[in-house]
Unconditional design. Structure first.
Length: 466
C-alpha cells in the first residue's frame, strides 16, 4: 500500500480508477501506552464469504479464510503475538478446521500464534481457517466469525467475517505474477487459472479484459469484442467451455508491449454469462467484434457440466496485473510572461509536455500524471486556479507565501501536453517579478527520477512585467 501526500491525495481520491481489494476489511486500532503515538495494529480478514451448501450425501466443499495481522509504522518492530478466533456465531451450521499454530480453547474458540514483525515488515499471516457447511445446514444460514489480536502492548480493535450458506457456482481467477523489465516492441503473456470452487456449474463465462495504453492485444479473438479508450483497450469475451465444480482452466492472454509502454496495467475478471450481464458490461459504448481465432479455455482438471446460477462469491473474480517496461518519458515545463498595471488580472500559463517516447499514467492511485508547484510572483496574488489545483498554506499566517500545486490529468500521452492557467491580480508593479514553477518529484507511484532522462527541463518561470 502506498501513502499519498496530504495535498495530492485530496485530489487523487476523487479520481481513483483502480479497484479496491475485494473482500478485505481492516479493523481500527487501540494501542497501549508504549506504542500509542508510534504504531497501530490491524486485523485483515475477508468481510464476508459464502459456503457452498451440502449435497444430498451431506458432503460440502470447504472454504478457506485467510487472516493477517499488520501494523502501520514499519520502522517499528512488533513482537510475536496472538490472534483469538471465535466461531460461536457459525457453529450451528458450519464446522471449522483449525490450522497448525492455532490451539483450541473450546469447541468454538482458538488462540493462534502471530509471528514477530521485525522492522520493515508490514504484515504477517496469522491463520488460514478451513470452513465447510454441516450436512444439515440450511440455505441462507449466516453468522459471524470474530477476531481479536494483540502483540506486545498493541491491541487491535475486533474484526469479523460474515459467513453464509448458499448454492451456486463460484468462479475465481488466480493472481498472475507482476512483470517488470519488459522491452518495448516485444510480447508477453499473462497466465492465470480460472476455477469454480462452488457447488454448481456454469455453462458459459463472460470474461472482461482491459489492457492499458502501452499494451495491445496480440490477437483480437472472434468471440470477443473490443473498445478503444484514452487509457487503453477493453475487451468482452464469451467463453463457451462449461466450468464444473472443482474444475480449473488455464487462461492465457497474449499482449504486445508498445513503444509507449512504461508503467502498465492489465485487468481481467470473470462472471457467469447471461445476456443481461453482457449488455450491462457493454453499457452505451460501441464495441467492435474481433476477427481472429476464438479465445478458448484450456482444461487442467475435472469434467464438464452445464447449469448456470449466480456466482456465490464475486470477491475473487477480478485481478489486476502490473507490467513495467524499460522506457523513458521526458517531461518538460514551459512558462509564460504577462504584463499589466495595478489591479489588472492577468492569466499566466504553464505547459506540461511529455516528449516521450513513453506515456505517463497513474493507473493505480488515479493521481495526476505530473504535478507542479509554485508561489505567486512578487507583487501579485493568485485569484483563480483550475479545478486540479490546490494550495498549502504556511504553518503560521504571514510566515511565508502560500505554495500552490496543480496537476495534469491522470495520464499524459507521448507527445501530448497540458496547459495550466493561473489568474494573477497585480497588487504592485514589480518589474521582472518571477516565480519558479517546478515538478513535484516525490509521487511514489510516478517518481520522475525513475523514468525522466532530463530533469533540467522540469523547471520554468512565470514572469510578470519583465
Amino acid at each position: 500500500m502506498q501513502d499519498r501526500r496530504t495535498g495530492p491525495a485530496r485530489r487523487a481520491g476523487r479520481r481513483l480508477i483502480g479497484v479496491a481489494l475485494a473482500g478485505s476489511a481492516l479493523a481500527a486500532v487501540g494501542a497501549g501506552p508504549a506504542y500509542a503515538e508510534s504504531d497501530q495494529l490491524w486485523i485483515g480478514a475477508p468481510s464476508e464469504t459464502v459456503l457452498p451448501g451440502p449435497e444430498a450425501d451431506g458432503s460440502a466443499r470447504e472454504r478457506t479464510v485467510a487472516v493477517r495481522v499488520a501494523h502501520d509504522n514499519v520502522d517499528n518492530g512488533v513482537p510475536a503475538g496472538r490472534l483469538t478466533v471465535d466461531v460461536a456465531g457459525i457453529a450451528a451450521f458450519a464446522q471449522v478446521s483449525w490450522p497448525v499454530g492455532c490451539v483450541p480453547e473450546s469447541a468454538v474458540r482458538a488462540v493462534c500464534d502471530v509471528p514477530e514483525m521485525p522492522a520493515g515488515t508490514e504484515s504477517v499471516p496469522a491463520a488460514t481457517l478451513g470452513i465447510r457447511a454441516l450436512p444439515d445446514a440450511g440455505l441462507g444460514a449466516s453468522g459471524y466469525v470474530r477476531y481479536t489480536a494483540a502483540a506486545g502492548e498493541l491491541e487491535a480493535y475486533p474484526a469479523e467475517t460474515l459467513v453464509s450458506v448458499g448454492n451456486g457456482p463460484d468462479l475465481g481467477l488466480s493472481q498472475a505474477e507482476h512483470q517488470s523489465g519488459l522491452r518495448p516492441g516485444t510480447g508477453t503473456e499473462v497466465r492465470a487459472t480460472l476455477s469454480n470452487s462452488g457447488n454448481r456449474a456454469v455453462d458459459r463465462t463472460l470474461l472482461s479484459l482491459n489492457a492499458s495504453y502501452g499494451l495491445r492485444f496480440a490477437e483480437r479473438n472472434s468471440n470477443c469484442e473490443y473498445r478503444e479508450h484514452p487509457t487503453g483497450t477493453s475487451a468482452l469475451c464469451v467463453l463457451d467451455e462449461a466450468v464444473a465444480p472443482g474444475q480449473e482452466y488455464a487462461l492465457v492472454t497474449g499482449l504486445g508491449v508498445r513503444r509507449q509502454a512504461l508503467y502498465e496495467r492489465f485487468d481481467h475478471s470473470v462472471q457467469p454469462y447471461s445476456d443481461e450481464a453482457l449488455e450491462e458490461a457493454r453499457g452505451n459504448e460501441t464495441w467492435t467484434p474481433g476477427t481472429g481465432s476464438e479465445l478458448d479455455l484450456r482444461p487442467l482438471t475435472g469434467t464438464r457440466a452445464a447449469v448456470s446460477e449466480p456466482d456465490l462469491d464475486p470477491t475473487d473474480n477480478y485481478r489486476t496485473v502490473m507490467l513495467d517496461a524499460r522506457n523513458t518519458a521526458d517531461i518538460k515545463l514551459t512558462g509564460s510572461r504577462v504584463a499589466g498595471a495595478v489591479d489588472d488580472v492577468v492569466t499566466a500559463r504553464v505547459t506540461v509536455s511529455n516528449r516521450g517516447p513513453a506515456w505517463v499514467a497513474s493507473l493505480g492511485a488515479g493521481a495526476p500524471a505530473v504535478t507542479v508547484r509554485f508561489r505567486a510572483p512578487e507583487g501579485t496574488s493568485v485569484v483563480g486556479l483550475p479545478e486540479d489545483c490546490w494550495v498549502t498554506p504556511p504553518p503560521e499566517e504571514g510566515t511565508a507565501p502560500e505554495i500552490y500545486y496543480c496537476g495534469t490529468p491522470i495520464h499524459l500521452h507521448d507527445k501530448a501536453s497540458h496547459t495550466i492557467e493561473v489568474r494573477l491580480r497585480i497588487d504592485q508593479v514589480v518589474p521582472g517579478a518571477r516565480a519558479t514553477v517546478a515538478t513535484v518529484n516525490d509521487n511514489p507511484e510516478l517518481e520522475l527520477r525513475r523514468f525522466d532522462p532530463d530533469l533540467r527541463n522540469n523547471r520554468t518561470s512565470i514572469v510578470v512585467n519583465g
